[in-house]
Design a protein around this ligand. Structure first.
Ligand code: SF4
Ligand code: SF4
Length: 695
């Protein structure tokens, strides 16, 4: 860029320093607010963390899962390229002859300008597409509960970037023309677009060109600085928070909830009741939200019009954090606690300040109905480009309601009691737990613990008629394949997964400790689990309690047995099977292929896929304890919605791999009087139908 011809470097420096001082002060305040959060160890594994940033921030991997992500990809990289160019622009403000050219050489300088030109043009196109999508197509995920403010923010940001680029081109075009007339500094001929645009100024005199060059430079610079000042106040705060948020993302299993310290005698309450009780990373999450709405796009609660939209929840918590955090810091500073409510001394601030400080996180910011509407399906987390962890926050708040307030849906009280007395949600006598296997070729570990696998069938496999059929199919198949395995029988207990997700961490920890002790008592090394919820719990959460085993879902084992030729599906099923991915198997544990492999191995089957499948699978509605709660809110039951999605594939069979999903689909089909025409079968049942049993 040619030096500005306006002798303004003092003026520029003053504006530049003021804008930066304001920007850094605002960011520092946000940083202090984040530090109000509790400690959490997200350090270590730095190689992996840097890789995450390269992959998900610079590579935009999650954003690019959809075609609309290309626009964001271009805007992001355009922004990076413009930022590199801005440093040169600022340099010109300080020293008028500043240029990258003597530093990097003519070739690289040309290349840089060429790339910048191309990106800037591409960003202009992407911005036009973004405006069209937001104001004409209006996709559901960009909806807002404060449409005016959101639209204004979008228009300001898109407008600022567009004007910024247009001014940059103006500046370059005049600089190119000046150089062509033998004035100013070297201008790269490879900046093709700028060169073409410069032709518009070919008739202008040198003085006119100098005037316009100066004008464009100043306007461009002022807009960059205005953008800088605006960022922390807009949703574009994510430009600052996304990189650290991805860097500090959870590297362990996403399906692992934190273990609460229930022995803490100092604790006045359990769970999260105030925004500042979250950890610093949970607060950083809030800053990082881009408000893209990907979390809501496939949220079963949002799509059935429950009072839960994960994007809104994160946004409301962010706004609450910013306001409350600022007040908490101010009050800490002068030691006056909540009494310091009116720093202006006008008397008017009192109501406003007090109301923000007194707002309850659960109730005023996030409603209880919102919290209980979540199925913990993990869709929001899986699709969030900046790795925000919604579910962990929801469960933390549920923990407060359950453990501190004893406030939970009435119907759950009976289930809690049943777990406490008989370790199953129905309250069936625990002594009947092993009855399902009485006539089957399987021993309990108490009879013979010298086996390779423990088969854990869970509450459904033990007590529910439908679940028992699946458990029996698994036993027959394992036996046929010659696998060495045993069960716990009457010693088996509920894994407690659902109690944990409802928020009853106390009950969960008791159940987990008990079950781990029993299993470890038999020296078990490998476990096959028939329920994805138990599978996730055993695999990802029981290590917190000393349960260090190799854990498999039965579909993983069956797939391997088929591939190894130990099980041979030979009988034709001749059916169109649509497979439903269970959230806790697919999204939480990446078991997508194995159940599909089994279906494909069965002769005569056609495997169909719903529009929402694999990482975008739609929850059946039973997770997060919703299985045991009435579903009275919204326009439709989640299982009805999912059943309708499955029916669009005209299936003969809905294939599942989870006892909860089985129940939800069977109920969905019953509600449509289709239970005689379309059947729901677990993968184990399907395989058992096709295998010619010899044993
Ligand atoms: S976990 Fe599932 S139900 Fe809960 S907010 Fe996320 S997408 Fe919605
Ligand atoms: S939480 Fe994540 S997916 Fe949802 S709006 Fe924010 S950035 Fe987008």
């Amino acid at each position: 860029m040619t030096p500005g011809y306006f002798p303004g470097n003092i003026l520029f420096l003053t504006i530049f320093l003021a804008a930066n001082a304001f920007f850094f002060y605002t960011v520092y305040k946000l940083y202090k607010i984040m530090l109000l959060g509790k400690p959490e160890d997200r350090f270590g594994q730095y190689g992996e963390r840097i890789k995450s940033v390269l992959e998900f921030v610079f590579g935009q991997k999650r954003v690019l899962r959809e075609p609309s992500g290309i626009g964001h990809f271009l805007i992001f990289w355009g922004f990076v390229v413009i930022t590199i160019g801005s440093i040169e622009t600022f340099g010109v403000g300080i020293y008028h002859n500043f240029s990258y050219e003597p530093i990097i050489g003519k070739f690289l300088y040309n290349l840089l300008y060429f790339i910048q030109d191309i990106f800037c043009a591409a960003v202009l196109v992407a911005l036009a597409v973004a405006l069209y999508r937001r104001f004409v197509i209006k996709p559901l995920r960009l909806e807002s509960d404060d449409p005016k403010a959101t639209k204004l923010d979008a228009v300001i940001i898109i407008g600022l970037i567009a004007v910024l680029i247009i001014l940059l081109f103006g500046s370059r075009a005049t600089d190119a023309q000046l150089y062509a007339k033998g004035e100013g500094k070297y201008f790269p001929p490879l900046a093709i677009i700028s060169q073409i645009l410069s032709l518009a100024f070919s008739g202008a005199s040198v003085d006119t060109l100098k005037f316009w060059s100066t004008f464009f430079w100043w306007a461009h610079t002022i807009i960059i600085l205005a953008f800088l000042v605006y960022i922390p106040f807009s949703k574009h705060l994510h430009l600052l928070a996304a990189v650290p948020n991805v860097f500090f993302r959870r590297l362990g299993p996403i399906g692992e909830l934190s273990k609460m310290d229930l022995e803490d005698e100092e604790a006045e309450s359990f769970g999260i009741a105030n925004i500042e009780e979250f950890t610093w990373k949970q607060l950083l999450d809030l800053y990082a939200c881009t408000e893209c709405g990907r979390c809501a796009e496939n949220c079963p609660a949002t799509l059935t019009e429950k009072p839960l939209n994960p994007k809104y929840v994160i946004h409301h918590m962010k706004e609450h954090l910013k306001k409350k955090g600022e007040l908490l810091i101010e009050n800490k500073g002068n030691g006056s606690g909540e009494e310091n409510v009116d720093s202006q001394g006008t008397g008017e601030g009192e109501t406003e300040v007090k109301s923000e400080l007194e707002k309850s996180l659960i109730g005023d910011v996030v409603s209880k109905d919102t919290l209980w509407s979540c199925t913990t399906c993990g869709n929001c987390m899986e699709n969030c480009p900046v790795f925000i962890e919604h579910v962990h926050k929801f469960v933390d708040m549920r923990r407060y309601l359950v453990l501190t307030e004893s406030d939970f849906p009435a119907e759950v009280a009976t289930v809690f009691r049943n777990w406490e007395t008989n370790s199953n949600p129905w309250g069936i006598g625990f002594s009947q737990r092993g009855d399902w296997a009485k006539d089957l070729p399987v021993k309990t570990l108490s009879e013979d613990s010298n086996v390779e696998y423990l088969l854990y069938v869970g509450c459904s496999g033990s007590f529910d008629d439908r679940g028992q059929k699946v458990a029996k199919a698994v036993v027959r198949l394992l036996h046929e394949a010659g696998v060495s395995f045993g069960i716990l029988g009457v010693e088996e207990k509920c894994c407690g997964e659902t109690a944990r997700r409802i928020g009853n961490e106390y009950l969960f920890q008791m159940m987990a400790a008990d079950l781990v002790e029993t299993i470890n008592g038999y020296g078990v090394k490998k476990i096959i689990v028939t329920c994805p919820h138990g599978y996730n719990c055993f695999k990802n959460e029981y290590p917190q309690f000393g349960g260090e085993w190799k854990v498999y879902h039965h579909t993983e084992v069956l797939d391997k047995l088929v591939r190894d030729g130990m099980l041979k599906p030979t009988k034709d099923i001749n059916r169109n099977i649509v497979f439903h991915d269970s959230c806790y198997l697919g999204r939480y544990n990446s078991v997508y292929e194995q159940p599909r492999n089994v279906i494909k191995a069965i002769p005569g089957t056609v495997l169909s896929e719903m529009d929402r499948h694999r990482h975008k699978s739609f929850c059946c509605g039973a997770g997060g304890g919703r299985m045991w709660m009435e579903e009275t809110l919204g326009n439709k039951k989640i299982n009805d919605e999912r059943t309708e999605q499955a029916l669009r594939c005209n299936p003969d069979i809905i294939g599942v791999a989870c006892p909860f999903c089985t129940t939800m689909f069977e109920d969905g089909l019953k509600a449509k009087d289709l239970e005689e025409n379309i059947k729901v079968y677990d993968i184990a049942e399907l395989l058992a139908m096709s295998v010619e049993f010899k044993k």
